[in-house]
Design a protein around this ligand. Structure first.
Ligand code: ZN
Length: 378
């Protein structure tokens, strides 16, 4: 579905120029050398969407970047958008659309919300933080699509998004930000209610609009918020005023449960704005053979195993080349370790694999599930 909308934008030259003074243009320009695209993430469309954050990694798993406290001021002034932002395909050049996340933004959220939570280690914190920012920005994407559907009903002749963006969104107290924050809050705390207090504390320090998220936490209020947002969007049409009729279920246009939309179809960019290479967040995507080291210990294990397992291992290497999110690999992190993972060889056997320097991966052991988790190697 998203492809159809984007094709329409590309083929019919629908996108507009974005005002050079907007924060998005300034930031995309400022960081242009440091922007890294981190997709495609999955080759298999059946991989659960939420797994996106599980494949985020840093070169040194135990690392903890010192927090930049000047970011507190930025968040107070500009809200979450100072850490991550969404660029619509309504703007030219269309190829630049997507979600942009600052490397230091991931760290800032990790420090503010996740460090010290239960027994989270560094990687847990960074992965959760990434997910939190992603959910917020994803709501902007959902809105972008909803507006596009409304525009499509007018053959894209009315620039609803553009009007709305300059006349409503850019003005103080943006409702879209309250809803985006409510969406992120809801999705993260549903998985882990213990985080509610810390996230609330982070949210209320943001500017008006952003900090009003708590007015939209209840599902009915969230839907009413979406209806109001849609009215604002429709009222962006010059000389046309849409009466507020709160019984039109505009929320049907917003795919908040990701039935048709997924993290997978938005380009995600991480901006490596921290000069320290220790903190270059990346998503593990594929492991090509030149990056795969097979340890002596692993070979010793493997030789003892029946032929069919050895053959299976050859297949596993092929799968790693294609993408670690292939369900047959059943990629899992070994708890308590930030850089140690396990993959499935067959129904009985698994292998441990470790991220070593320079983005290389070393196979450490191969054994039955419990034995491997007991002694995964070092
Ligand atoms: Zn936002």
């Amino acid at each position: 579905m998203i492809d159809k909308i984007l094709d329409n934008f590309r083929n019919n030259n629908i996108s507009s120029d974005l005002n050079k003074d907007t924060l998005i243009v300034k930031k995309n320009d400022f960081y242009k050398e440091q922007i890294i695209k981190i997709q495609p993430i999955y080759l298999d469309p059946n991989t659960p969407d939420e797994n996106i954050a599980d494949s985020i990694c840093i070169p040194n798993g135990d690392a903890q970047l010192p927090d930049d406290i000047s970011m507190d001021e930025d968040v107070k002034k500009y809200g979450i958008e100072s850490l991550a932002w969404y660029r619509s395909f309504h703007w030219k050049p269309i190829e630049s659309w997507g979600i942009y996340i600052l490397n230091t933004g991931i760290n800032h959220i990790a420090q503010k919300i996740f460090f010290g939570h239960q027994n989270f280690n560094s990687l847990d914190c960074y992965q959760s933080s990434f997910k939190f920012l992603l959910y917020h920005e994803f709501f902007h994407y959902i809105t972008d699509i909803a507006v596009s559907i409304l525009e499509a009903t007018h053959q894209f002749k009315i620039k609803l998004y553009e009007n709305y963006y300059y006349k409503i969104y850019e003005k103080p107290n943006p409702l879209e930000e309250a809803l985006a924050n409510a969406y992120a809050y809801d999705n993260i705390t549903r998985l882990d209610p213990g985080l509610k207090r810390k996230i609330h504390k982070f949210m209320i320090d943001q500017p008006p609009g952003y900090c009003d998220y708590h007015s939209y936490l209840n599902p009915n209020k969230f839907n009413l918020g979406i209806r109001n947002l849609t009215h604002l969007i429709l009222n962006g049409i010059p000389d046309m005023e849409v009466k507020i009729i709160n019984d039109i279920p505009f929320e049907l246009l917003f795919d908040i449960h990701k039935v048709n939309l997924s993290f997978n179809n938005v380009p995600v960019y991480i901006i490596q704005n921290n000069p320290n290479p220790e903190f270059n967040f990346n998503l593990i995507t594929t492991i090509p053979s030149e990056k795969l080291i097979i340890s002596k210990r692993f070979m010793k294990d493997l030789k003892k195993l029946p032929n069919d397992i050895q053959k299976k291992f050859e297949k596993t290497k092929e799968l790693l080349k294609l993408g670690i999110n292939n369900p047959s690999l059943n990629w899992e992190r070994i708890k308590g370790n930030d850089t140690l993972f396990s993959i499935r060889i067959n129904i009985d056997y698994r292998a441990s694999i470790k991220l070593v320097n320079h983005g290389e991966w070393e196979l450490l052991r191969i054994d039955k599930h419990d034995a491997l988790y007991d002694k995964p190697g070092k």
